[in-house]
Ligand binder design. Structure first.
Ligand code: NIG
Ligand code: FE
Length: 391
């Protein structure tokens, strides 16, 4: 993860949306034709587009009110127990039309681009009814079809038990398994299924039933695991052969060993730790030293992590989790691409892959983390097509 294979004074030839050649500027200049359009990065850093492998980008409203309450001492769990938290965003998202959700999500898409992100894994989970979950997943599809960022859809119907099923979790799980998952599968609305596995939300026994049903329908599995409590989520992810286990702030040695043995990729979300004001970051150093292919993502959502910024996540990875800037870049690009089964198409600048890249306002890739708190992209290309240009 520390070897970024940096080319200084490098160049890249792009054709039909894909990278055709990468090399020194002199080498690439021998390949260009009079029709080739030249883009001069001006000595700036060119990186693969960030692959943000864990986000919740389709929701209505914000939760600035709860943010203010937390600043006065309330905790995330207390606010959720009072009917706020995820359920308050669900009430607003249910009331919004698909077009209203598209409008806000397009605004956030522009923010992702400013940070140099070109692929976003996007979860549903603020609908929690058949129709509202499908509305969100259709919005995610439309966002992807518009072309300026790639979206990978994940069904997160088990994000929380909705108000009308309070005290009747098993009935909600029956709805998930009998109606929602089969419909999402039939209409090809999602590639992955995720569950918020946590004793106070969906305990492992319940999460297992939902995820096993999803697996048998052909979904890949990703889990919100061990955000607050060890090690149930990590152990379940390993048992079910999930692609990823995400969060892992509370995971201990037994959970980590299970992930390693089962080949589950950890997805770490330090911006949500930061924003919740928690001192407990996941054990990234131990994970990397154990050989786990760690992924970094924003967890963009209105409650725990209202940021789209991968440069900020790189900073948190280095300052709070002691990942080197190179490890952080690897975690945010090629490792993340593999976690979405797209390592052959995106995540690095190699011949044959999609030409998804960003020109950053930096002369050294470490500056993205070092000068923290700025979104650094000057220009972003997706499939060789300009998707964003800073003013
Ligand atoms: O990944 N942990 C559960 N889900 C989100 C938070 C969602 C919310 O608060 O709206 C997360 O942190
Ligand atoms: Fe999340």
């Amino acid at each position: 993860m520390r070897d970024l294979a940096i080319l200084s004074r490098g160049a890249m030839l792009v054709r039909h949306g894909r990278i055709q050649a990468v090399g020194s500027r002199a080498e690439i200049e021998t390949l260009v034709s009079p029709q080739t359009r030249l883009v001069d990065a001006g000595g700036r850093v060119v990186l693969p587009g960030f692959v943000d492998a864990h986000t919740h980008p389709v929701f209505a409203g914000t939760r600035a009110d709860e943010y203010e309450l937390r600043a006065q001492g309330a905790t995330y769990a207390e606010i959720a127990a009072r009917g706020g938290g995820i359920r308050s965003t669900v009430r607003r998202t249910r009331a919004a039309t698909e077009d209203e959700l598209m409008d806000s999500a397009r605004r956030y898409r522009q923010w992702f681009l400013r940070g140099g992100t070109t692929t976003v894994e996007a979860k549903s989970g603020y609908g929690l009814s058949l129709e509202a979950e499908c509305k969100i997943l259709r919005a995610i599809h439309r966002l992807g079809q518009e072309g300026s960022v790639r979206y990978v859809p994940t069904f997160l119907g088990a994000h929380e038990v909705p108000d009308e099923f309070r005290g009747r979790m098993d009935d909600y799980i029956a709805l998930l398994i009998r109606e929602m998952l089969p419909r999402v599968a039939r209409e090809h609305l999602a590639e992955y299924c995720d569950v918020f596995c946590e004793p106070s939300v969906f305990p492992a026994a319940q999460a297992r039933v939902i995820l096993a049903a999803a697996k048998s329908l052909g979904f890949g599995l990703r889990l919100h695991a061990d955000q607050f409590t060890p090690d149930e989520g990590a152990l379940l992810a390993a048992e079910l052969g999930a692609d990823t286990a995400d969060h892992l702030e509370a995971t201990g040695p037994a959970g980590l060993e299970a992930l390693r043995a089962a080949g589950v990729q950890p997805v770490l979300l330090p911006a949500s730790v930061y924003n919740l004001g928690s001192p407990r970051y996941p054990a990234a150093r131990q994970m990397i030293d154990a050989g786990l292919p760690v992924v970094l993502a924003t967890d963009f959502n209105p409650g725990s992590s209202p940021t789209t910024s991968m440069p900020l996540v790189l900073s948190l990875a280095s300052t709070q989790m002691k990942m080197t800037p190179a490890e952080a870049v690897t975690a945010a690009t090629i490792n993340a691409a593999h976690s979405l089964r797209q390592g052959h198409e995106i995540g690095s600048l190699e011949p044959g892959k999609f030409a998804d890249f960003a020109i950053h306002d930096a002369a050294d890739y470490r500056d993205l983390a070092y000068f923290f708190g700025r979104d650094t992209a000057r220009a972003v290309y997706i499939g060789g097509v300009p998707a964003y240009q800073a003013e």
